[in-house]
Design a protein around this ligand. Structure first.
Ligand code: BG6
Ligand code: MG
Length: 220
């Protein structure tokens, strides 16, 4: 099958906003008396805002401590912190290797979609100056289920007018790799080897991403 589309996660793949999500959750955790370390944070990557909060409350043994209204306020508080952290993003914040990969994909005529769980995704693409590089953006607010459910990647392929088997998904989250694999798409994993163990092709960081190497791994 010829590869005609790439479907990208955003946070931690295109730019280092995964780090900002971590800091914003850690700040909220402190206010709630819940310790959030990097190991637990791996379980939050790719997970929607409210689902992340639920996971944090389970982690801290505080599932019954807040009403739904209070939980909405906590999630809004975290987002307020996060929005401050992403204010100064510029094209210089594209992760190493990403401008080159986007160039290679464009030259090869491969279509691009964004499959990010983040409602802040479109504004981040704007600040990075790469909105026009993407043919489609999946709207996370219209999903029935978040990652690890494959829905977001299946929708990405549909929006591009392609079959899942014609697309490659790129992720840094364990939940994201599960979502790509569940969509029966070839998965490329970036980062933590343990979290990326189920990816079809793995790199330690974005500077190692190369279209030629990925295509060789797919067998194209
Ligand atoms: C994902 C991040 O891309 O988006 C998660 O990996 C984050 O950490 C999720 O919780 C939702 O983001 P937002 O910006 O809508 O709160
Ligand atoms: Mg991510």
């Amino acid at each position: 099958m010829t590869i005609k589309g790439f479907i990208f996660d955003l946070d931690g793949v295109i730019t280092d906003t995964a780090e900002y999500h971590y800091h914003a959750w850690k700040t909220l955790g402190k206010k709630m008396g819940i310790e959030i370390d990097r190991e637990f944070n791996e379980k939050l990557k790719g997970i929607s805002r409210m689902d992340s909060l639920d996971r944090i409350l389970v982690h801290g043994g505080k599932t019954d401590s807040y009403t739904e209204t209070e939980k909405e306020a906590l999630a809004a508080d975290k987002n307020g912190e996060y929005v401050k952290l992403i204010e100064d993003i510029t094209p210089a914040d594209l992760l190493p290797g990403i401008p080159e990969l986007l160039g290679e994909l464009k030259a090869a005529g491969i279509k691009l979609a964004l499959a990010s769980a983040s409602k802040n995704g479109p504004v981040i693409l704007e600040r990075l100056g790469i909105t026009a590089d993407f043919d489609e953006i999946v709207d996370p607010s219209l999903l029935a289920k978040g990652k690890p459910d494959p829905e977001i990647f299946i929708k990405g392929a549909h929006q591009l007018g392609l079959e899942s088997s014609e697309c490659i998904g790129v992720e840094d989250a364990e939940a994201g790799i599960d979502a790509i694999n569940g969509a029966e798409m070839f998965s490329v994993g970036v980062g933590d080897p343990e979290s990326m163990k189920d990816a079809n092709y793995r790199v330690a960081n974005t500077s190692e991403l190369s279209l030629v190497k990925i295509m060789a791994a797919v067998g194209n």
